[in-house]
Design a protein around this ligand. Structure first.
Ligand code: SF4
Length: 241
């Protein structure tokens, strides 16, 4: 199947599977923050809290933090020890407490307390890399971007949208080339839901998946009975799958 046909199939099927329930059940922690607050600052802070952390823990840490401190001004002035205590469920909480305080201070000093809405300005902030910047653009400002987290990367590699050994930045570059820009805003939400629900990182539920006819991972599983990564050097260019 051609790549553009695969992309159309994937978005059509995932849209049918999840698209209609976005408002009733926002899904990911970031989508929930967006639905509840529509505040780019909270999206930025929650994205930092979500780094190397499960969604449920991010939600808990965010709720505890915003109940007490929910503006750049409040977080910049809060004691780091108090911030760390509130975001403790997020893991790496001491380091994250320092970073969210520093980010809040910079937002006040450079941007009058507003979150910048360009990729270049966002990645210049501490603790903000490509994934976090793209999350803020999509969930904070509704600007087209492609945040690649573990689910987006795993689903893209398994389905043959990216090379099997592509890292997250390569996956992002590849998706930017093959997915029409009009669909970028939905990509992260759809792929994350699918990754949690069906194409699970540890144990995909292929029996309830509609992509078995072209999924690279499924084909190999059927052929070899093995689900592990290909051997070193056995890189499969996405274009040839
Ligand atoms: S067939 Fe299995 S591995 Fe492939 S996308 Fe579906 S759930 Fe994931």
């Amino acid at each position: 199947m051609r790549t553009d046909e695969k992309v159309r199939r994937i978005f059509a099927d995932l849209g049918t599977r999840y698209g209609h329930s976005f408002h009733e059940d926002p899904g990911t922690a970031l989508a929930k923050v967006t639905a509840e607050t529509e505040d780019p600052f909270k999206v930025l802070i929650s994205t930092i809290l979500s780094q190397r952390t499960r969604d449920e823990r991010t939600e808990e840490a965010s709720a505890r933090l915003y109940a007490k401190y929910d503006t750049p001004h409040a977080i910049a002035r809060a004691p780091v020890r108090k911030l760390a205590e509130l975001i403790r469920p997020a893991g790496f909480y001491r380091q994250k407490a320092q970073k969210i305080r520093e980010v809040s201070r910079i937002l006040l000093e450079r941007y009058g307390g507003r979150v910048p809405d360009t990729y270049e300005e966002l990645v210049a902030l501490p603790q903000v890399g490509p994934k976090t910047a793209n999350c803020v653009l999509v969930y904070g400002f509704g600007k087209p971007a492609i945040p690649v987290d573990v689910h987006v990367a795993v689903v893209s590699r398994r389905l043959g949208l990216a090379a099997e050994d592509a890292d997250e930045e390569e996956v992002e570059r590849r998706l930017r080339r093959i997915v029409p820009k009009a669909w970028w805003l939905q990509l992260n939400e759809l792929f994350v839901r699918f990754g949690k629900d069906v194409c699970r990182t540890n144990g995909p539920r292929c029996t309830v998946c509609t992509f078995t006819d072209f999924c690279r991972y499924y084909r190999r599983l059927r052929r070899t009975g093995k689900s592990g990564p290909l051997k070193t050097g056995a890189r499969i260019p996405a274009d040839t799958r």
